[in-house]
Design a protein around this ligand. Sequence first.
Ligand code: THG
Length: 272
Amino acid sequence: MLIIGEKINGTRKAVGKAVLERDAEFIRKLAQDQVEAGADFLDVNAGTGPDRDFDDLVWLVRTVQEAVGKPLCLDSPNPKALALAVKEVKATPIINSISGEEDRLASVLPLVAEHGTKVIALCIDKNGIPKDVETRMAVVHALLAETRKAGVPDDSVYVDPLAVAVATDTRGALIACETIRRTHQEYPLVHFTCGLSNISFGMPARALINRAFLTLMLEAGLDSAIMDPMDRGLIETLFATEALLAKDRMCMKFNRAFRAGKIGVVKPLATV
Ligand code: THG
């Protein structure tokens, strides 16, 4: 499972402030902490609005790359920001994202094809986020037809079934899981991702919901997620679930993580 660290997101208050003030030290630390916690990719989202987020995203990309060597997931509603940011990256990025909306597809898919990046394909179109699995699959079909036409290999595509807050749609988690299962049957090479923490917006004890959701989604076939790698309980859930799903040969990763003190009981420091 590929962990995409979610924390460099300008819609989070402290990060938004750091972006506007060009507080490079704050951003570098957030990048290092996530990588240390196990992030394989880092999501970077300036979250500062369309009139300035292209400048801000380029600054974020440069700043994060000064601190860590991990590849980036370029997250912006602004195609111009993505076009500028993709020129800055040192390793093949994930472009976040294309969707079934025509403008979005027309402006972002050519970038993906030209630069040979990976891409997140959101199950959303001009009518919004489909309420049922059938309609989400219609968006998946339309998107995969377009990526194939553009010459993007299926295994560069990360379908995001879209996790909507369970507080507003009780069936949100079930629909996301089922969309993954169906897509995997029809497109075995395609990967999956989602904004895991979206599921718990508006709920108390959000971390509990996020962990349970991760378990269900992994069983359905999720193989990457934009998530908080610094949530120890979430990482514990990830290792335990992968062991149970036979995704951890001889439970080696689980055992190694335990011995490294990343999961399980925190031993008190020895007293001398
Ligand atoms: N799909 C794709 N990309 C995405 C999302 C998605 N990018 C953005 C988002 N959703 C995923 N990233 C986050 C980042 C933070 C939070 C949720 C999703 C989050 N933050 C807390 C909050 O806002 O309350 C904590 C705030 C804080 O720490 O300051 O929950 O779905 N493709």
